[in-house]
Design a binder for this molecule. Structure first.
Ligand code: ATP
Ligand code: MG
Length: 626
């Protein structure tokens, strides 16, 4: 018998129902945070399947992260009563969808990970005179590939470096991250209608953060679609620095004037107090833009708090202490509004601490650890894949795909000290003859590094698809006699969040902000405080949200060689604040961010200054002797 299913329209408001059932070919749901856009998208998929008889294989949903895709899948499976009923449906990021399309057309496709791209870029810049940095080269390459063409022609040396870099990718037969989308667009647009995978019903979440190539891909995919459903919020566009254009909604509406626009205006997530603080920080409306309407559906709650600390360390201590107090049970909260008691219902996983940059996590982590508070840090750790880590990744990617020579190269060079010349000649031979590593001549096979890779491959191949990634990584390090440094500790901790090696490798290569995590303490059980950047928190919600160090120089961010886009930084602050459901705490350890001046003073509980007192009793010692 068919599993029981629920009514896909149950629990939706009128605006949301209208969006779910809209029959127009193109639908744009443009609405503020917490208005149920993502919920509406999920309901629309259910509606298409249950009420319209659409086959799952005719549905494609694009999400911003792999993790969001996995969650959507889970939610749908639950609603439909079984995973089987999702069979054939495509849910994923642009990159994962493009990878699968391209593999369908061209067989094996190897996409190199960021660190590998950097090492290729370094080879190029080293071979040229001048002082072009590899990072700068990659930034420029990415700009060109993402359609952010510079106004003037690049200087000759840069232009040459870009050409060389692209030639090198071609020589190795690999694609970089941006190529994956470009190449898919070109391959797909050249196909006959019959040969194309049909995108009968295309749904896109977080449309406001689409870049030029992604916009073109949507157009390409949508050519034969019966319906295109785009949802997002221009006020939450925060990826301009990566080539996204906050105006993509207005562009779409201009280019496709028949698009039916639906607005959702009820916010179900946050208390009225939180919304009253968040809305005023947004940039002023452009001329002709409709006014922002975001009505709080929730009952009145706590006022938003603003806490200052004399320095960053005391700020981090405050966060740890406050979280301990909130979860610890009945306790007194001292504010200028008086003293009140707090309930006991809060768990660690109800709390998030958001910061502007990853680097700010370290101090927080130290303080949380001291207090024994379990946490999960989500985000791309800059150290996660430095050199040796890339060698480990290279080994497993090579194991997965013996044609992936660039991964083989990373493994030979980073883990087994293979001289660059030998690695290069090996690679050349393998790619020109199409031989496998085993089929090499005896003297090449006798090379120490090659011998090791062959032996390890034999050892690990049978377990690759069965064992847990954390176990595989640990055993591999042991087998290579590599000591567990902090870097590998992070890699193992990240592996623990995945059930199988292929999905872990996929996250390492394609992972967006929200896809990779590592934890401390009881973190692997799910009750842990969440730490992540404002960017990484997009689309999520937490009962209690701390915004860490909302200070001058941090928001807007002052970084060397980069001018902050003030409007984008304002939207980022807005995204951060609107993650909070019940309680929002803003913190600053320096001069406050100028954006705070836009929050009406009457909305904020200020004067909560945190000054760590010298330790009097032994119990609090741990906090201060950092
Ligand atoms: P964001 O812009 O931050 O991505 P969103 O518009 O996608 O937000 P959702 O995450 O879909 O919003 O929903 C926010 C919260 O509101 C969720 O907890 C969701 O369950 C709840 N919600 C949405 N619609 C309703 C509704 N009609 N009744 C009750 N709760 C709702
Ligand atoms: Mg959403």
């Amino acid at each position: 018998t068919e599993p029981q299913t629920k009514d896909p329209l149950a629990g939706l408001n009128d605006q949301q129902r209208a969006a779910v059932t809209e029959e127009a070919k193109a639908v744009a749901v443009i609405a503020g945070p917490g208005t149920g856009k993502t919920k509406t998208l999920v309901s629309r998929i259910l509606y298409l399947i249950q009420e319209k008889g659409v086959k799952p294989s005719q549905i494609t949903a694009v999400t911003f992260t792999n993790k969001a895709a996995a969650e959507m899948r889970e939610r749908l499976a639950k609603e439909l009563g079984s995973k089987r009923r999702l069979k054939g449906m495509t849910i994923g990021t642009f990159h994962s969808i493009c990878l699968s399309l391209l593999c369908e057309q061209k067989g094996d496709v190897t996409v190199i990970e960021e660190g590998e791209a950097l090492s290729l870029a370094k080879e190029v810049t080293d071979s040229l005179p001048g002082r072009l940095s590899p990072r700068r080269l990659l930034r420029e390459v990415s700009k060109v590939k993402n359609g952010m063409a510079p106004r003037e022609d690049p200087p000759e040396q840069l232009a040459q470096a870009i050409t060389l870099y692209n030639e090198r990718l071609r020589a190795y037969g690999v694609l970089d991250f941006d190529d994956l989308l470009l190449c898919t667009r070109d391959v797909f647009s050249a196909l006959d209608k019959q040969a194309r995978r049909p995108f009968t019903h295309l749904l896109v979440d977080e449309f406001q953060d689409i870049n030029e190539i992604q916009y073109q891909l949507i157009e390409e995919f949508a050519k034969d679609s019966e319906s295109v459903f785009l949802i997002g919020d221009p006020d939450q566009a925060i990826y301009g620095f990566r080539g996204s254009d906050a105006h993509c909604f207005s562009r779409f509406l201009k280019e496709y004037p028949d698009t039916r626009v639906i607005r959702l205006t009820s916010n179900y997530r946050s208390t009225p107090q939180i919304l009253a603080c968040a809305l005023p920080v947004l940039p002023a409306l452009e001329e002709g833009e409709p006014p922002r309407t975001l009505e709080a559906r929730r009952a009145e709650g706590e006022r938003v708090r603003y806490v200052t600390a004399p320095d960053e360390k005391s700020q981090a201590i405050y966060v740890a202490k406050e979280i301990g107090r909130m979860v610890g049970g009945m306790d007194m909260l001292e504010t200028d509004a008086g003293i009140k008691e707090r309930g006991q219902t809060l768990g660690f996983s109800d709390i998030a601490v958001l910061y502007r940059t990853h680097r700010q996590a370290a101090l927080l982590e130290t303080c949380l650890r001291k207090e024994g508070i379990p946490y999960i840090v989500t985000g791309r750790d800059p150290g996660l894949l430095s050199d040796q880590g890339r060698g480990v990744l290279g080994f497993f990617r090579f194991l997965q795909n013996p044609r992936d020579l660039i991964s083989l190269r990373a493994c030979l060079r980073e883990l087994f000290d293979c001289p660059p010349d030998l690695a290069a000649s090996l690679l050349q031979e393998l790619s020109q003859t199409g031989r496998t590593l085993e089929e090499l001549g005896p003297e090449k096979k006798a090379d120490k590094a090659v011998e090791k890779v062959l032996a390890l491959r034999e050892d690990f191949a049978p377990r690759f698809s069965k064992a847990k990634p954390q176990v595989l990584v640990r055993e591999f390090l042991l087998a290579c006699a590599i000591a567990e440094t902090e870097e590998f500790g992070h890699l193992c901790a990240a592996a623990a969040f995945f059930d199988d090696m292929p999905s872990f490798l996929n996250a390492l290569v394609f992972g967006q902000e929200g896809d990779l995590s590592r934890g401390f303490g009881r973190a692997y059980a799910s009750d842990a405080v969440r730490l992540m950047t404002f960017h990484g928190a997009k689309g999520l919600e937490f009962p209690v949200t701390f915004l860490y160090d909302v200070s001058k120089g941090v928001l807007p961010l002052d970084a060397p060689g980069r001018t902050a886009d003030e409007e984008e930084e304002r939207r980022l602050f807005y995204v951060g604040m609107t993650r909070a459901q019940d309680e929002l705490i803003l913190l600053s350890a320096k001069e406050p961010s100028p954006f705070l001046a836009d929050i009406p003073a009457s909305q904020l509980v200020t004067g909560c200054t945190f000054l760590p007192k010298p330790p009097a009793q032994g119990k609090q010692m741990s906090l201060f002797d950092l």
